[in-house]
Unconditional design. Structure first.
Length: 342
């Protein structure tokens, strides 16, 4: 749970600094020089892990800059990048990842809190389609206004990103997109200088934990249950609703729905929102245990969500239950029906 007392709003001066450097970047039109996969890796002073900047707009109409923090953030970048090839819904991936993203877009898309900042700073944009605004994405929470620390991180990041883009614009650096090259900018503590160079973009996979049920007596109990001719689909989705009981000023949580579907006879087996302190692994494993105890071992479980495989790979193998990766398109219909009733 995000501690409200720890959240500090950015000052007017901090927002001005962020908009000043962003408007400088805007004049460079960085999307003309870098593709969204040509990451700019920036190792900032006094930070253990680098930040990774993805400049959007070269190959699409949506201009923006997404900043991913550390190796975990890099995994989020590749998770989203692979969305077109995978089976997880794009909206789920947006809700699942963490980043600080700046958009160039329509005035109509600017969140109210960001609009207040823009009005207070008396910033004017070229057209109603060129408004610049910022969104903080965080797994488990709704997209939200940047806080003090996030604004400070973007100021420092953008100051260095500006130098990298300017170097490309001036022809000092020439990363080749066909060679999967990006830029590294880092602070050299030995000689107190910044250095920049072209390097193959780093790769990382989003890591999902896997568990092994250690209660041998329980494992044997599950394994000894009769097997029934049943195929079950398991899935997760974030719901586009506000959670009741949120305090004013507290970042709204993003309710996560767990679903189990009977793919043999049709129909929902169970559907519930994860409670405070619950997570994908424990909820999935908890369902498997209680279902098998009450009904017997299902023949097959189909899923597309990596959290489900992390929870069940070991126990399914032990209990001779087939755990199969599948696009499970029918769940998109189920999710659509659920959302339409909210």
């Amino acid at each position: 749970m995000e501690d409200k007392s720890l959240r500090k709003e950015a000052s007017k001066n901090a927002w001005k600094q962020l908009y000043d450097i962003t408007l400088k970047l805007d004049k460079l039109e960085p999307w003309n020089y870098l593709g969204d996969t040509q990451l700019v890796t920036i190792q900032l002073k006094d930070r253990e892990e680098p930040v990774f900047c993805s400049v959007m707009g070269k190959f699409s109409g949506e201009r923006g800059i997404a900043v991913f923090d550390g190796v975990e953030g890099l995994g989020d970048f590749y998770m989203i990048l692979g969305s077109e090839e995978g089976d997880l819904p794009a909206q789920y991936l947006m809700d699942e990842h963490t980043s600080l993203t700046c958009f160039w877009g329509s005035m109509m898309n600017v969140p109210d809190e960001q609009r207040k900042v823009i009005d207070e700073l008396d910033i004017r944009f070229k057209t109603i389609s060129d408004w610049i605004y910022f969104v903080s994405y965080k797994k488990g929470y709704k997209p939200y206004q940047l806080d003090e620390d996030e604004v400070a991180l973007l100021i420092e990041t953008y100051e260095n990103l500006y130098m990298a883009v300017e170097a490309v614009r001036q022809g000092e650096l020439n990363p080749e997109i066909e060679q999967a090259e990006g830029i590294v900018r880092r602070y050299n503590t030995e000689n107190d200088t910044w250095e920049m160079f072209v390097k193959e973009i780093p790769e990382a996979e989003k890591e999902f934990p896997s568990v092994m049920l250690e209660d041998q007596e329980l494992k044997d109990e599950l394994k000894d249950q009769k097997q029934i001719d049943l195929e079950v689909i398991l899935d997760f989705t974030y719901l586009p609703v506000m959670v009741e009981g949120e305090e004013e000023g507290e970042r709204p949580k993003n309710p996560l729905l767990f679903m189990a579907y009977d793919n043999t006879d049709g129909g929902v087996i169970t559907m519930d929102i994860l409670e405070e302190g619950d997570d994908e692994i424990s909820r999935t494993l908890g369902f498997f245990i209680s279902f098998v105890q009450q009904n017997g071992r299902m023949k097959t479980i189909k899923a597309r969500n990596p959290w489900i495989f992390g929870a069940l790979e070991d126990i399914c193998e032990y209990c001779s239950v087939d755990l199969v990766y599948d696009p499970v398109e029918i769940m998109d219909q189920v999710i659509e029906e659920v959302v339409s009733q909210l």
